[in-house]
Design a protein around this ligand. Sequence first.
Ligand SMILES: [Zn+2]
Length: 256
Amino acid sequence: MYTIGVVSDLHCGAHTALRLTPQNTIQEKLLAKWLTVAEWLQECDLLIINGDANDGQDPKGRNMQVDDIPWQIAEAEKLIMMIKPKKIRMTTGSSYHVGDTIAYEKFLCGYLSRRGVDTCIRPVQDIIVYDWWRGLFRHAIGRSGVPHGRNTAPTREKIWSTLKSAAGAAETGYVIPPHLHCFSHVHYYTKSEDAFGTAITTPCWKASGGKDKYGAKFFNDHIDIGAVKITITEDRQWTSECKHWTAQVSQESERV
Ligand SMILES: [Zn+2]
């Protein structure tokens, strides 16, 4: 059996993001959940970090607690290493968090590699397990403020991708259609499954209730905190599960 853990959107450095030494009640709650997830994904064969591990300078939201980029990267590294994954694959996050001209996530990739874990970063991670299962992992996907519209963007991407695989198969003669399309960025969990496969969007690690316009308004609709675990067997069985909690924290309180 092969296990893949997926975590995304840690946004280390933000007021309402995960932190090893919590500075407010939101961070205390997040850390308790992270410990549960770290145990759940402990020593997984592969960990996907699906973008936005650090908050960067957050020019859009300005929800910073620590805007020191090296600190943010080191914090993300320590949190991720609590899972003790055997291998790590990262995807590129949103440039306004993880850097455009300077790709901060490449530093995180380097730090994790120095810890002795095989790590690399790509815009899309195309993973094949046991020569039959295929999963595509990418950070960006369109979000929807309409509850029943949340599956639209991931399902659309999934079907386009499946059609592209079919078109490719006509040329190459052999393409595995992806079983799973996994996206992040939207900070809520969805899963939709049909004849064309499964598409999910992953929860995040940045609670609502921040000082920024996104914490206060943009994510007021609903966001999830959590992670995804995928298990694949050699005899062609696979499942994906999600541990998720509602981030119903509307106001930040600080210990002073
Ligand atoms: Zn994010």
